[in-house]
Structures are given as C-alpha cells and as structure tokens.
Design a protein around this ligand. Sequence first.
Ligand code: C2E
Ligand code: MG
Ligand code: MG
Length: 663
Amino acid sequence: MLSIHRFIQLLILTIISVLYAVFIYAYINDQQNKTDLIVENIRQDLSETAYAIASDMDKIQSIKGFKALINRKTANTPLIADMIIIYKQQIILTTNTSIKTLPPERDVISKFRNVTTQELMNSLKFKLKNRFYIQDKPEYFTILAYLEKHYIHNKFYQYRFNFLLFFGIIPLLILILLWVVLKRSIVIPLEKLRQYAYYQSDIPSKFKIKELESVRSSMVQTFLRLEHEKSELYKLSRTDELSGLANRNQLNERLSWLINESARSKTEFALLFVDLDNFKAVNDSLGHEVGDDLLRNVAGLIQKVLRKYDIISRIGGDEFIIVVSHYKNILELTHILERILTQLYNLQIVNTHPVRVSGSIGVAFYPKDGVDTTSLMKNADIAMYEAKKSGKNQYKFFTQELQQQVVAEIELDHELRKALKNKEFQLYYQPKIDIQTGDIIGAEALIRWLHPIKGLIPPNDFIPCADKTGFMILLGQWVLEEAIQQQLLWKNTGIYDLKISVNLSATQFLDERFDEKFQALLKNSDIDPGKLDIEITESVFMENSQKNLNSLNNIKNHNVSISLDDFGTGYSSLAYLKSLPINTLKIDKSFLDDYKTESGAIFIETIVKIAHTLQLNVVAEGVEDKAQLEYLRSINCNEYQGYYCSPPLPAIKFAHFLKNKVH
Ligand code: C2E
Ligand code: MG
Ligand code: MG
C-alpha cells in the first residue's frame, strides 16, 4: 500500500521528470535555434565577403586588395576570429599569417543548414565556396572562417548557466518548497491524526486544510465523546446503581489499595459486614419499590455516620460492606458500630410507609483476621452470621472459635453429602395416636444418620448445618421420596394404610423448583395425597413469606395436609394462624413438660381452644407418661406423640410394633 508520504514523493518526482523532459527539450531546441542563428550570421558574413570578392576580382593576383575587406569583416564580426581565402588548395589571403596549413576537410563545415550545435562546437570552422570569373572563365575560391572559439563557447555556456539557473535550480527549489508545504500541510497532519487515533496522544491543534481540519475536529469530537462514555461506563462499573455507593468492583479495588497501604504503614483497619435483619419481610409485604427506597435510605443513613474516607459499598441485596480505617482505638470503633445500629433502628418513613429495620454487623480486622480481601470478607460474614444467630440488631467481632465452627461446618457438609451417596441416612417412624380412641392414625418420619464410626446421629446434630449450606434441599427431597415409598410399601403389603408426616425445613422452600418437584413427586408415585402430611415450623413464614405461602397453598391444593410443628416456640402469631392453610397445630414438648403448673396448663389449654376455634386439629408432642395423656384427654386434645406410646422406630421395627398394636 502506498503511503501519502511516498505518494507525494512520487508525484513530485514525476512532476520533476516531466518538467525536466520539457525543459531539456526546450533547451535543445533553443540551442539549435541559437546555432542556426550563428550559422546564418556566419553564412551572411561569408556570403557578403565572397560576393564582394567575387564581383571585384578579375585576376587572382588582385586578391591582395581584399585584405582590408576580410580584416574589417573579421574585426566587425565577433563570431569570426580569422578568415582565409583558398584558391586551388592554396591559402592566398589570410587575416592571420600564422595559419599556414589547411585544416583537414572533415574538420570544416561546408553546409549552412541543419548544422547541429555539437558540429558547431566541435568544428568551429566554416567554408563557403564561391565562383568568380577571370575573362569569363569561371574560377572557384573558398572562404574559410575560423570562428571565435571563446565567444561561441561563452555564448553557449552562459546560456547553459542561465538555463540551469532559471529552468533547473528554480523549479527544483519550487518543488522542494512544494514538498515542504505538502509535507507540513498534509503528511504531518495526517501523521498527527494517526498518532491521535492510535495512541490517543495530545489533541492536535487546528489544521489549515479544510478537509483535514474537518476530519480532525470530528475525530476530536468522537474521541471526547468516547472518553466521556468510557468514564461514565467506568463510573457505572464501579458504582451501585441503586444506592450510588461503591459496588463490589470498586470495593475490591479500594480494599486492595488499602491493604497495600496498611501493610506498608503497619496499621490495622476494620471491615464491617452489614446485613439488614428483616429486609425480605419489607420487600415481600410492601413491594420491591419500597424495598429499593429503603436500601437508598439505609445507604444515606450509613453515610451519615461515617467519614468521607471510609469505604461504604453495597455488594448485593441488603448486604453492605464498610471499611473503617481511621479510628484511635477499639472503643471509638464500637461507637461507630453502635451509631450505625442506632441509625438503622430508627423508624424510617419510606414511601409514606413507616418502616423499622435493624442490622446485624460482623467485624473482621486487617491483618489479625485476614490479609486479603477474600478472607476479610469471609470472616466478617462469619461474624455477621453469628450476630444474626445471637438475636440480630447487634455486632459481633470475628474470633478463632467462630472460624473453627465454620471449618467444622464445612467438614460436616462434606460428610453429609458423602453419607447421602453411601445411603447412611434412615427414616425412623413415631406413631401418632388418637387420644379418644387410642388408635394409631399416623406416623411421623424422623431422620437418623447411621454413621459407620460415630453410630446413630440425631437430626438436631446435622439438620441446622444442612439448612445453612443448602444441602437440606437434597436431603429433604430424599426424605420425602423415602417416606412416600415406605407408606406405599406398608399399604401394598397390607400392613397399614397409614398417614405419614414428613418434616420440611424452611430452607427447602428456598429452592426455586420446590413446587415443581413436589408436584412431580406426587404425580410419579401412587400415594394418595390424603395420606401425606407436611410438618413445617413458624420459620417458614419468617422469610420469603409470600413465596412460601404460595408453596403451602400449592401443597394444600394437592389435598396434602399441613401441620404447624413446635407451636408456641416461635412468634406464635394469631394473625397467621388464621391466614395460613394449615390443618393441624403441634404443641411443643416444652409446654407439656409444664402442664402441672398453672401457667403451663393455661398455655396448653389456650392453644387447644384457639386451634378448635379455628377448626384445627391439635397434636401434643413428647407425651412420656399416662398422667400427661390423661390431662390431654381431659382438655380435648385430639392426638399425641411420645415415648409413652413409642419412640421413633426404624421401619421394620415400626411395622412389628404396628402389627402387635393392631392385633
Ligand atoms: P420434631 O419434628 O418436633 O420431632 C419431635 C422430636 O421429639 C423428635 O426428635 C422425637 O424423637 C422427639 N420425641 C418424640 N417423643 C418424645 C418424647 O416423648 N420425649 C422426648 N424427649 N422426645 C420425644 P428427633 O427425631 O431428634 O428430631 C428432632 C427434630 O429434627 C424434629 O423435631 C424435626 O424438627 C427435625 N427433623 C427430624 N427429621 C427431620 C426431617 O426428615 N426433615 C426435617 N426438615 N427435619 C427433621
Ligand atoms: Mg415434626
Ligand atoms: Mg416438634
């Protein structure tokens, strides 16, 4: 490909070549004209001289009389240096006596037409033959003229010099000038544009050529716009759109910088993991718009408490990361933490709705609790989780014990997953008895882990962990499938067509595909949905209430009954008892333990009364003796479970137990 630079070079070279071809042609032509003029002059001079001689000469001896003529002619004509008259190959008259011999024929020009410059310059001698009459007899003499060498050479050299000056050097200078102008006005601006486009170097200043200037200005405008867009994108990529706080990208970047700085100056800083406690409830009950406004409010509240150089970021949902790097001592930091908690807990008006949220904060210190972003965030998260576990609306510092707990949890999760693959889980069944008739009317499936080394592990030792890691979704599915299979097996082998209760964790409802899987399970098995009961705890409504309520309605619509387990241990709100699709209330064992005290009895009786008013079935859990059973019967409790009848038993033993009881 041809560069503009090379193109202009070639163009100028071509112009030079053409110009010089024309000039050389003109030069040669002009030289020839000059030669012709000189030759014509010589011819005239020689002709005039010859004519004068020929007309006056009657005998050869009279030639001497013409000496003055040829001398005068020679002197008057700057072109001719000498003249000689030759007669019969003899010099008979000369202007220069030193010329004794005749020059060779080939050195003399005898024509006066088409004499080339070269011939003229080389020869410098012309001859003209002329006729005269001696007594009417024609005789011939020749005039030979020696040209003035210096004069002629000077004439031509002078001309050549002038030509070179005017037609050689000046155009060359003009072309050089043209080259400089073109280079400055086209080549250099284009190169500047290229550099600008390629390296985004400094903005080139205005160009003189209109078209180039228009390219330059449009390029500058485009680049400025791109630059602006780039910085906007950069800002966007580092800012949380909703709250205007730093996002994860910016947090990581600033945190890395702070870690380097702190490592150099050997200073510590605190990383705070803030999570709102009841944000989901606000989102679910008041809608996402209010939720978003609340998050914006919270961002403003946190900013109020902190200083400019503290990093405040939202890393997703209701999770904020704050990095506090300038505090004198831990006391000052705790003041900051308390101020954040107080600000959050203040009643806020969001979109005309009065909302109160609280926050749980986990704190990890650099370098004590981690020297990189990931470990600091992870450990602050662990501490935050601990704050939640300890009752929310508080802060917790990360400790090694917490760390060990987490490690233990990870190990347990690993083992649980292995156990499911190795079929180490087993369901035990505990009968549910109708208090009035004493009939076994159902069984609750309770999971056990038959660990190959540790032996039988109760559910309370691993379900909380499975809930936390999400493994409960898999395990819960297995429990449902296993319990349904068992129900069908007992039914099909004619042992008993028993209603089976299966416990479901709140985490199982977090599974997006829960409804779909539950429906498929019913569809793919032959179980009568009326023989399946799902036990849930109040925690199911605490989070994601609307979505979980939909799932419960879905279960109920399949004709599967729902029991509310451990009633009385949670919020036990009457409001949701009314609105939830539940069939049965299960009174927690802890209440039955207190039935002998007045307040204990009032509590149990109230629960039974409420249940009956709402037309719910009531089951008492943990009945261990006859007195308890008698008491329950006296207050019209419908069913019971407990060691008094039977502890949870493995399927085979439970089948034996059933046979013995029935027969
Ligand atoms: P829960 O559903 O309230 O089950 C009742 C618990 O009380 C069972 O403990 C049962 O063995 C125990 N129990 C029954 N009668 C008596 C009694 O007379 N005296 C005493 N002291 N205890 C009695 P377990 O089997 O250890 O289960 C504990 C909890 O683990 C269950 O409480 C339930 O919340 C959970 N769980 C058990 N299996 C599963 C399961 O498959 N899935 C889910 N999500 N949770 C399960
Ligand atoms: Mg239960
Ligand atoms: Mg219970």
